[in-house]
Design a protein around this ligand. Structure first.
Ligand code: T46
Length: 140
């Protein structure tokens, strides 16, 4: 899996004088069935989240409030993405190392995930991730 398979997705937005309503439907606005939803909040500005990759998990990451930066790394290429609008999401495919930083005050990071939580799905060691990614690339 490569960074170019990750992408920014625009969600439908219904705007009227009462405010904005944004909606997200399974398999339409996210390219998978949502099995889990979690959110990260009250993150101190200097904190780093992530620092791992997932073997199978796909995610849609949304800054529903505030902003933060996500560094994506497929073992060959790296790309920094800033999320700062609640009507867009970043689709992250499996086998992408990510580091999330620069959380603004009051930011909320909402994640829609394709699988239930499973610690066995994580690469928490960068060398192990690189080794697995190189095997995948070699076998392609
Ligand atoms: C990502 C960012 C945005 C659970 O028990 N259930 C869960 O569903 C999750 C996601 C985590 N946990 C436990 C496992 C750890 O003991 O919560 C602790 C912290 O989890 P993690 O290291 O995954 O947290 P983050 O914020 O570093 O990363 C998470 C996602 O795993 C990651 O893929 O992109 O949120």
């Amino acid at each position: 899996m490569r960074i170019n398979q990750c992408k920014i997705v625009d969600f439908p937005r219904i705007v009227d004088k009462r405010g904005n309503l944004i909606f997200i439907e399974n398999n339409i606005h996210v390219p998978f069935s949502i099995q889990r939803v979690y959110y990260i909040c009250d993150v101190p500005h200097e904190s780093l989240r992530g620092g791992h990759a997932h073997k199978e998990l796909q995610q849609m990451i949304i800054a529903v409030s505030g902003s933060f930066d996500i560094l994506l790394d497929d073992g060959v290429n790296k790309e920094m993405v800033t999320l700062n609008r609640s009507c867009i999401g970043l689709y992250v495919c499996s086998m992408i190392w990510r580091e999330i930083s620069n959380f603004s005050s009051g930011s909320v990071c909402l994640v829609l995930a394709s699988l239930p939580y499973d610690e066995q799905d994580y690469f928490r060691n960068y060398s192990d991730f690189l080794e697995a990614q190189q095997l995948i690339i070699r076998d392609q």
